[in-house]
Design a protein around this ligand. Sequence first.
Ligand code: NAD
Ligand code: DAU
Length: 334
Amino acid sequence: MKLLVTGGAGFIGSNFVHHVLREHPEDEVVVLDLLTYAGNLENLKEAERNPRYRFVKGDIADSEVVDPLVAECDAVVHFAAESHVDRSIIEPAAFVRTNVIGTQVLLDAARNHRGKRFHHVSTDEVFGALGPNDAPFSEVTPYDPRSPYSASKAGSDHLVRAYFHTYGLPVTISNCSNNYGPYHFPEKLIPLSITNLLEGKNVPVYGDGKQVRDWLHVEDHCRAIDLVLRKGGIGETYCVGGNGERENIDIVRTLLDILGQSEDRIEYVKDRPGHDRRYAIDFSKIRNELGWEPSVTLDEGLRQTVEWFKAHEEWWKDVKSGTYREYYDRQYGE
Ligand code: NAD
Ligand code: DAU
């Protein structure tokens, strides 16, 4: 297969590119990425010399860029998005533009060139928030997004379904819980905590720190997407989760423990507005139908991730200081 991977220079997209090039020696990958603050060509450096890989800088909302790329591929795997909830609270417009309009432009291109498989990477946040005793989210949970980010992702999910029902586009959707692992951008809880601790700084914990997230190692998410892309039922949605429900404060304490640091590093700060209390995922459908389940336990995954950040200090220091931008500004003359 020839895959068009949108957002392939981001956290999960870059892990997916490496996964496909490693696991599918016949496949070719074209990455389309705008290189926003979250996109980093360093994430794709390992792939640079691979003749089965190509990078195109461009905007998914620009049909002139998107159309010829969709025409030449067999399948679109759509990661590109504005992905950070806190940023969506400050600047919702960018989220609507990329996540909603960008998805519609891609879908139109797939519709124009019949027969293209379209896999849409989405999030558990579209389902809203759970109470402590509520059943986990599943494929039949009604949508109830509560931040500009999750509302824009819900909009994109609805568009993908609409293109299946209205135009017969061969689509699939996956809704996944919180990922962590290599190349995770250090504005998110786990990489921010690890890198702050490595720098001798405090970790900001929002509110009482008792919000619950379900954590999945990014490589397990990539395996799930790959499986749905190749074996998933057309028009189907799959919920993907990690069996890794933890309170934020427990995640921070585990990281302190791994790094041998004291609880003095915890700094309780003002809560996120509209902060969702709990997410959890029932992933029985993908387990029963496609045989997928998480392979990395949260404790092991966190240890591996701390080791990765220790071994890739230059990567995260460049990201935190903004230096990584110079690398692609040079390449693209900006
Ligand atoms: P990320 O922010 O790390 O990466 C997003 C990538 O998209 C970046 O490389 C960025 O440059 C690119 N991009 C942004 N706007 C673009 C545009 N207009 N045109 C082309 N490229 C553009 O995000 P991530 O954490 O890797 O998430 C990837 C996808 O997975 C998103 O759709 C997100 O909603 C979804 N998701 C993320 C998680 C998670 O825990 N991070 C969990 C479930 C689902
Ligand atoms: O659930 C899947 C979603 O997970 C994805 O769709 C999003 O793209 C991804 O960013 C992530 O969203 P969250 O808001 O859950 O992730 P974040 O790492 O920003 O926050 C995790 C939890 O930690 C959340 O309850 C807020 C809290 N938090 C976050 C930061 C950045 C803190 O307490 N302190 C922090 O500094």
